[in-house]
Design a protein around this ligand. Structure first.
Ligand SMILES: CC(C)(COP(=O)(O)OP(=O)(O)OC[C@H]1O[C@@H](n2cnc3c(N)ncnc32)[C@H](O)[C@@H]1OP(=O)(O)O)[C@@H](O)C(=O)NCCC(=O)NCCS
Length: 142
């Protein structure tokens, strides 16, 4: 297994990237929306195992001061092998000198703590589906 990172959008099979989300699991994604979201992202990172994409992550950024990381996921058989950290470090390298925020899937905070992230005390969010975010324990139920 020789994993390498790529940051370009050439020859991406978006349906197979959406399958990573489903299998990870990180929910379902629409391939066209994911492609547009990626095209509009400042950094998009794919982890490849020879000719197969096995991991993904992306970041929004203003290019100079602040950024937000989203959609980090790996196929299950590639998890717990250091590849998540590899993708994060690859993205963070492109966001140097910027404040970086993200929200962790409940239970994954420890992964981000190992990368130096701290829990934010005043993080706030306005979400399209507030009820779903409550059920998934991203926001408080009250
Ligand atoms: C979360 C995810 C990206 C982490 O990637 P990974 O390749 O499995 O993690 P790594 O092997 O790089 O782990 C790096 C370190 O974090 C630790 N770690 C990983 N997951 C952790 C967790 N849930 N809690 C605490 N520590 C964790 C590892 O033990 C490792 O520690 P070490 O440096 O002491 O060895 C991956 O497991 C995944 O795709 N999960 C499903 C989708 C998901 O939840 N994505 C996160 C969205 S916020």
């Amino acid at each position: 297994m020789e994993i390498f990172l790529r940051f370009d959008l050439e020859n991406i099979d978006w349906k197979s990237v959406c399958e990573i989300f489903e299998k990870a699991p990180l929910g379902t994604r629409d391939p066209v929306k994911l492609m547009i979201a990626s095209e509009n992202s400042a950094v998009v990172c794919f982890a490849w195992d020879s000719n197969r994409i096995i991991g993904f992550g992306r970041a929004l950024s203003d290019g100079v001061t602040c950024a937000a990381i989203y959609d980090l996921c790996l196929l299950p058989e590639y998890q717990s092998k250091g590849i998540g950290r590899l993708i994060m470090n690859g993205i963070l390298e492109k966001l140097q000198n910027q404040n970086v925020i993200l929200y962790a899937v409940p239970g994954k905070q420890g992964f981000y703590e190992k990368l130096g992230f701290k829990t934010m005390l005043t993080a706030m969010g306005s979400f399209i589906d507030m009820e779903k975010m409550k059920q998934m324990n991203y926001i408080s139920k009250d």
